[in-house]
Structures are given as structure tokens and as C-alpha cells.
Design a protein around this ligand. Structure first.
Ligand SMILES: [Zn+2]
Length: 297
């Protein structure tokens, strides 16, 4: 019996040694987090993204396929600030993988690496608000994403010390490209009249470039608007310039009604970059948002 245990332990050690040489198995909750993983880890990681870019990360359901993926993961990369609270903790709990439990080196949240907006505001879960600990949609801010990439590089270096230098170099190169694009976008968006959002999901991007948020179609995050709220928005914004931006999973009815009443453009834009995006794919995605914001009239 004792011998059997010893030999099992020995096999375990041999397997652990073999696993260390293999790429890190990384699970990203969103395509924005996946883009950072691709950019920073490159071929040193085997990446799985749990949610396709058109899905509503607030509303996803934990699925058996997620749990199977998480069971073998070395690292989970989440946006955090409770954006994935409805499904990720359940999926991680069911995966029974001690490496990726919150608090372990195998669990990483972008929101924990940067300062958040909407913290301690009038937000109240009793009113239906989905963001009681602060706004989690930081992934639309390229500057915060560069900070997150730096923190991710450090975490990857902790899990895979032989790659530490490569991770750091990749994150630094990404931060430099972000800096260049942000300068161009700053010029482009100078004087932009402003945006109406469906949900406060692009506020980090607007704040980064000093673009006014003229209103939100939902009055409380996560609660659909009433006809009265839309009428109030029309009354407030009539005669001004702006553009209405909403996500694929948000109902187009109120945005299109508002656009018609105001004579504005309404544009449906994904909050997340394409499934195969890397750092450049992510920056092109932000470029599409910048174009839409600049199209306000
Ligand atoms: Zn949200």
C-alpha cells in the first residue's frame, strides 16, 4: 500500500514536470481578455475564450463545457468587478480545480489592477443595478488595458518563470502601441459633441477622451427603459448633436426611436473585439468605437 502511494506520488511528480514544459492553459472570460492573453503570452499559452463577443457577459449561464475547460486550466483571466458574477463563480466552483480559485495565482481579474469608475455612486442593487462594486467595463479603455497587460505579464511570469522576460517585453510593446494610437484618437475626438449609450458600458472610453456622455437609455444599469424615460431624453437632447451607441445584445427599439426623434445616427457596436483578436485586433476594435463617436452630428 505504502509502495503504491509512493509510486503514485512519483508519477504525479513526473506528470507535473511534463506539464510545466507545455504551454500554460489559459481561460479568458471575454474576447478582450483573450486578446491580452494572445498579445502577452503568444505561443506560450493555449487559450480558450468562454464568451463569444456578441454575448452579454452580465447574463451568461454557466455551462458544462465551461466547467470542463476550467478543470484543466492553469489560469483564468476575467474582467472582474462582478461582471461575470452570475456564472463564473459557479463554473469555477464546479470545475473543482484548486489552482484557479479566487485568491490563487491561477485567478486574475483585470478590474483588480486598475482604478474603477462608478464606485460608491448612487448604484444600488435593490434598484436592479448590476454594478454595485463599480463599473466593470474597463476593457474599452486602451490605457487601462495596457496597465492590465503589464499586471498580466507579471502573473504569467510567476506561473512560468522561464517566460517572464518575454511576457514583460510583450506587455511593454503593447503599451507603446496603445500610447501611439491614443495620441491619434485624442486629436480625432477633440470637440466630439457626445454620445448616448444604452448602458454605462463605454464610459471608460468616453472619459479617456473627454467625450461627454449625454445620457443613457436605461436609467438604472440592468433595468430596461420606460417610454417616459425615452421621452425625457428626447426633451433634454432636442436640438443638440450626438450619436447613439448600443451593443448587439441590447434591444434596438429604444435606441432607434431616440435616433428618429432626435435626427441622430444610432450605431450597433460590439463591446468586445472579434474572437481571434490579439493586441492589434483589440486596438482596431477601439478604432471602430472612435470612428462611431467621431461620426456624431
Ligand atoms: Zn454593465
Amino acid at each position: 500500500m505504502m509502495l503504491k502511494r509512493l509510486s503514485l506520488a512519483l508519477i504525479g511528480l513526473l506528470i507535473a514536470g511534463a506539464v510545466q514544459a507545455a504551454p500554460l492553459k489559459i481561460v479568458a472570460t471575454s474576447t478582450s481578455m483573450g486578446a491580452l492573453v494572445r498579445e502577452v503570452a503568444g505561443t506560450r499559452a493555449e487559450l480558450t475564450v468562454l464568451a463569444s463577443p456578441d454575448r452579454d457577459l452580465h447574463q451568461l449561464q454557466a455551462k458544462p463545457s465551461m466547467m470542463r475547460t476550467l478543470r484543466g486550466a492553469d489560469l483564468v483571466v476575467a474582467i472582474g468587478a462582478e461582471l461575470e458574477v452570475g456564472w463564473l463563480p459557479v463554473a469555477i466552483g464546479s470545475a473543482a480545480n484548486p489552482r484557479i480559485q479566487p485568491g490563487q495565482p491561477g485567478y486574475f481579474e483585470a478590474a483588480a489592477q486598475v482604478d474603477l469608475l462608478d464606485v460608491g455612486g448612487p448604484a444600488d442593487r435593490a434598484l436592479g443595478d448590476v454594478h454595485p462594486v463599480g463599473n466593470p467595463h474597463l476593457d474599452l479603455d486602451p490605457v487601462r488595458m495596457a496597465t492590465v497587460a503589464g499586471a498580466l505579464a507579471e502573473r504569467l511570469g510567476q506561473l512560468d518563470p522561464t517566460g517572464a522576460d518575454a511576457y514583460r517585453r510583450a506587455a511593454a510593446a503593447f503599451a507603446e502601441r496603445v500610447g501611439q494610437r491614443v495620441e491619434q484618437w485624442r486629436t480625432r475626438l477633440d470637440g466630439a459633441p457626445g454620445v448616448v449609450l444604452y448602458h454605462r458600458d463605454a464610459i471608460y472610453l468616453l472619459q479617456r477622451f473627454g467625450v461627454p456622455l449625454l445620457g443613457t437609455i436605461e436609467a438604472v444599469p440592468g433595468v430596461p427603459p420606460t417610454g417616459r424615460q425615452i421621452a425625457d431624453l428626447v426633451a433634454t437632447l432636442k436640438g443638440r448633436d450626438g450619436v447613439i451607441l448600443f451593443a448587439p445584445y441590447q434591444s434596438p427599439q429604444a435606441p432607434l426611436k431616440l435616433a428618429g426623434d432626435l435626427g441622430w445616427r444610432a450605431e450597433r457596436l460590439s463591446l468586445e473585439p472579434p474572437l481571434d483578436a490579439d493586441g492589434d485586433g483589440y486596438l482596431n476594435h477601439i478604432g471602430r468605437w472612435v470612428d462611431a463617436i467621431a461620426s456624431a452630428r
